[in-house]
Design a protein around this ligand. Structure first.
Ligand code: SF4
Length: 704
């Protein structure tokens, strides 16, 4: 019989609300939840059905038989796999203590579960992928507002001008956000896009600034200078809410539009024209602080400058600006009960040093890459086990070769995932998670101007011998004697337990798949934001106490990025709308849409090297080489070459993705610990590579 299942997409980390039509145990249709997304879904979301049907994913728990990465596996029962992991963990804990176990996950609304597990085990070492993604944005937001990057939502739809620095918003594709951008453009709003290459977002933009790689900070400083010079800022708001405006004004004095033009390549007149325009549009002007800003040595300060520009616009808590994220408390509702909140906090210091060696960073998930340092040096203590839940560090962190060397110090590597990750293939045990269409998940809170509770419901029975994460962690917890922190047997028990303080029940989700906690958007009184900023001063801090106490400047003098040495290019990377990084590269439908990545190269640079459109090229870093087809174009800065991230996979059981395209991570040699000390984000675009015509046979897929 046909039925509707309200659920949440799991094809990327946005987790859009969806409606799934199921008939006779088969999925017939997936669309965006019409109450929230007006049925829209992106290409990846539509391809969820092909993830479910794909046989090239782990179908039962696997225990490694040969050497790590050799690809020899024993398929085992869940009982055997849980016993194996439990026994190994017990041995490690008895020898090195619980602190020697690290758990990393993808982040998102369901982290309560893995976080509770690792804390209940007695280890403080919960982490995620964010130091290769949004940590600089998060920490810069904390330094300015005392609130993390999710402390605000952006009312793009009603803004008069959206400014994006390298945020390719139409390709990174959060469905609701894309709808907002389209609405804004239809209403006559302006879009300014800044990048080292032209993109899907850039071609829809009103204004496109092509900049030299690594000079975002210079352009932002030039803009701040011009805004202050013209007096085009909200004086009243700043006087009332900001600490350090005079210091900022003094700092940016030398960074004129003319100076910025020389650094980034955008004409001074164009910068001034832009500022003249936003001066008439503020406060409904949004400088998006970025999402993935782990790029250059100064990305933290670049994103901090964008936060400062927002404040100068006075765009806080106004229509078309930045709006404080509201939670259940703002609606007079109690929040969901948290598993992690019931667990006594481990007293040990974190092995990544966050919270004690690096006091200016948010303890939260810490910085994943620093655990590799701890593994190698055993400082502050040895790390002996790594559990990666829906996180593939070999595909999102630099230098998988260096990562593998560090992991040799570990006695246990476990991957919990729906597909074979590169890390999973190297690990000791794979615990296969059911796909999002085959599993229920915990209830989650979605904060914003109109907060809601939302739930993922299982649409169909698991096709293979896989389990939902709430079952996997419960099984592990029971085996390790910490089952009391997971007080449920079924998902219904868990939902009821979570919902108890809120006054809602799971039946309230039946009609639309979510429970809205307010009818109308909640706005604070903009004239009285007392207590809303969580900085030490309680105000917006241009001069940041937290940074200064850590010995870091609030305003960092600009340093010009290196030009690539003769014959080399800066390797940069980005997104495509049809893949979610490495997660979907082997998805049958999405593979058909985009089977491999290409290397974008500036036409003049290519001509000098005798390289033509479609040629195979060798991209060489220190010891590593990738082979890839080239795309010759005017629309990239001559200093850079660009590729889409996530390709060049090395799992033979993924027949479609195997050696298809090139892995940029492999080429980022020496960057594993190259972090922006102020923001904690990695410097993923600080690698120069050589490009030359490849002698390789175009028909041969496997590198020799
Ligand atoms: S953006 Fe696309 S892939 Fe991501 S959750 Fe939404 S529909 Fe799914």
């Amino acid at each position: 019989m046909a039925k509707t299942v309200w659920s949440m997409c799991g094809m990327c980390s946005v987790r859009c609300p969806i409606r799934v039509e199921v008939d006779d145990g088969e999925i017939k249709w997936i669309e965006g939840n019409p109450h929230i997304l007006g049925r829209s879904l992106c290409a990846k979301g539509t391809a969820g059905i092909s993830l479910y049907r794909d046989c090239e994913r782990p179908q039962t728990p696997l225990i490694r038989r040969g050497g790590r990465g050799a690809g020899k596996w024993d398929p085992v029962s869940w009982e055997t796999a849980i016993e194996y992991v439990g026994e190994k963990l017990e041995k490690i804990i008895s020898q090195y203590g619980a602190r020697s176990v690290v758990l990393s996950c993808r982040g998102g609304p369901f982290v309560d579960l893995p976080k509770a597990f690792i804390h209940a085990l007695g280890s403080p070492n919960f982490t995620n992928h964010d130091s290769a993604c949004g940590r600089n944005v998060h920490h810069s937001s904390l330094s300015v507002y005392g609130l993390g990057r999710k402390g605000f939502v952006y009312d793009i739809k009603n803004s008069k001008h959206l400014v994006l620095f390298g945020r390719n918003i139409l390709s990174s594709l959060r469905v609701a956000e894309v709808q907002q951008v389209v609405d804004m453009l239809e209403k006559g709003g302006s879009l300014t896009y800044v990048d080292v290459r032209q993109t899907l977002t850039g071609i829809k933009a009103t204004r496109f600034f092509l900049v030299r790689p690594g000079t975002d900070y210079a352009l932002a400083l030039g803009m701040i200078n011009e805004v202050i010079r013209r007096g085009a800022y909200d004086k009243e708001f700043i006087e009332k809410n900001v600490v350090g405006f005079d210091e900022l004004a003094k700092f940016v004095e030398p960074y004129t539009a003319e100076w910025a033009a020389k650094e980034c390549g955008v004409k001074a007149g164009k910068i001034k024209e832009f500022v003249a325009e936003i001066a008439t549009q503020r406060p409904s002007v949004i400088f998006h602080p970025g999402w993935m800003m782990s790029r250059y040595k100064d990305s933290f300060y670049a994103t901090r400058a964008l936060h400062i520009l927002n404040v100068l616009m006075g765009n806080i808590e106004v229509t078309g600006g930045q709006i404080f994220s509201k939670g259940p408390g703002d609606c007079g509702v109690k929040g969901l009960r948290s598993l992690d909140a019931q667990v006594p906090k481990p007293e040990e210091r974190r092995a990544d040093g966050v919270g004690w060696r690096y006091k200016h960073f948010d303890k939260g998930p810490g910085l994943f890459h620093l655990f590799y340092d701890a593994m190698i040096t055993e400082d502050p203590y040895p790390i002996k086990a790594l559990i990666c839940y829906r996180h593939d560090p070999f595909s999102c962190f630099p230098d998988p070769q260096a990562q593998k060397e560090a992991l040799e110090k570990c006695d246990l590597l476990v991957s919990i995932d729906t597909h074979y990750s590169e890390f999973g293939w190297f690990s000791d045990v794979i615990l296969p998670e059911s796909t999002y269409l085959e599993r229920d998940s915990m209830i989650a809170t979605q904060k914003g101007a109109k907060p809601r509770f939302i739930v993922r419901r299982q649409a169909v029975e698991p096709k293979f011998n896989t389990r939902a994460s709430w079952e996997i962690f419960k099984l592990l917890a029971d085996r390790l004697g910490i089952g009391q922190y997971f007080p449920y047997e079924t998902i219904e028990d868990l939902w009821q337990w979570q919902l108890e303080p809120t006054g809602f029940s799971i039946e309230d989700f039946e009609e639309k798949g979510f429970v809205s906690l307010t009818e109308k958007p909640i706005m604070y009184d903009r004239n009285n934001l007392h207590g809303k900023f969580k900085t030490p001063s309680g105000k917006i801090e241009f001069v940041s106490q937290r940074l200064e106490e850590a010995g870091l400047p609030s305003f960092k003098p600009y340093e010009s990025p290196l030009h690539p040495p003769q014959g080399k290019f800066r390797l940069v990377f980005g997104r495509t709308p049809v893949h979610s990084h490495s997660m979907t590269i082997n998805n049958p439908m999405l593979h058909e849409l985009m089977p491999e990545n290409t290397l974008w190269m500036n036409r003049r640079a290519a001509e000098k090297l005798g390289i033509k459109e479609g040629d195979l090229v060798d991209v060489v870093s220190d010891t590593q080489k990738g082979v890839i087809k080239v795309h010759v174009t005017e629309f990239i800065h001559p200093e850079a070459v660009y590729t889409v991230h996530g390709f060049g996979r090395q799992v033979p059981l993924q027949s479609r993705a195997y050696h298809s395209g090139m892995s940029d991570q492999k080429l980022m040699e020496g960057l594993l610990l190259a972090m922006d000390v102020a923001g904690g984000g990695l410097c993923l675009c600080e690698k120069f590579v050589t490009v030359r015509k490849s002698p390789r046979n175009r028909k041969r897929r496997v590198e020799l």
